[in-house]
Design a protein around this ligand. Structure first.
Ligand SMILES: [Zn+2]
Length: 151
């Protein structure tokens, strides 16, 4: 997947063109976000990353663009404040007709399940290391990463 325009980290409202929301969405007091527009022709995607570093909460959403509609295909996440800790996904696997736009955020299937083994449990993430890992997760070849912030 190739990356197009990429944002730097922001606390401004998330614009409609970079998220699943029908209107610009306030990021929230503790949230920084970053997004990249992606293409794997003929499909166009958005990677939206939401980081709450002080709460050890990191989320990367892969969003499919379908003209004016948006569809959150997968939420790839780490919630340090929850048990079990570790990387997991929320997806629409096995759902015949998932909803579009904001309703698509609530993907019902969690992988791995709550009682299953979780990869990367106990890892300390920064917003930049999570962004980098999310770009690898979604096979984004040319994502912009601030190397100095990966340490
Ligand atoms: Zn989650």
């Amino acid at each position: 997947m190739r990356a197009g325009a990429q944002q730097v980290w922001s606390q401004q409202p998330i614009p409609t063109r970079l998220g699943p929301y029908p209107k610009p969405r306030p990021a929230g007091r503790y949230t920084e976000w970053r997004a990249a527009r992606l293409a794997s022709e003929p499909f166009h995607f958005i990677l939206l990353c939401l980081a709450q570093t002080s709460r050890d909460d990191f989320r990367a959403w892969l969003i499919l663009e379908d003209d004016e509609r948006r569809f959150v295909i997968e939420r790839w996440e780490h919630h340090g404040g929850h048990t079990p800790d570790g990387i997991h996904s929320h997806t629409w696997c096995q759902v015949p007709k998932p909803p579009f736009n904001a309703a698509s955020i609530e993907a019902p299937r969690r992988l791995p399940g709550m009682r299953a083994y979780h990869r990367r449990a106990g890892r300390i993430w920064s917003k930049e290391t999570f962004w980098f890992a999310a770009c690898r997760r979604f096979a984004i070849d040319d994502a912009s990463v601030h190397q100095g912030q990966l340490i």
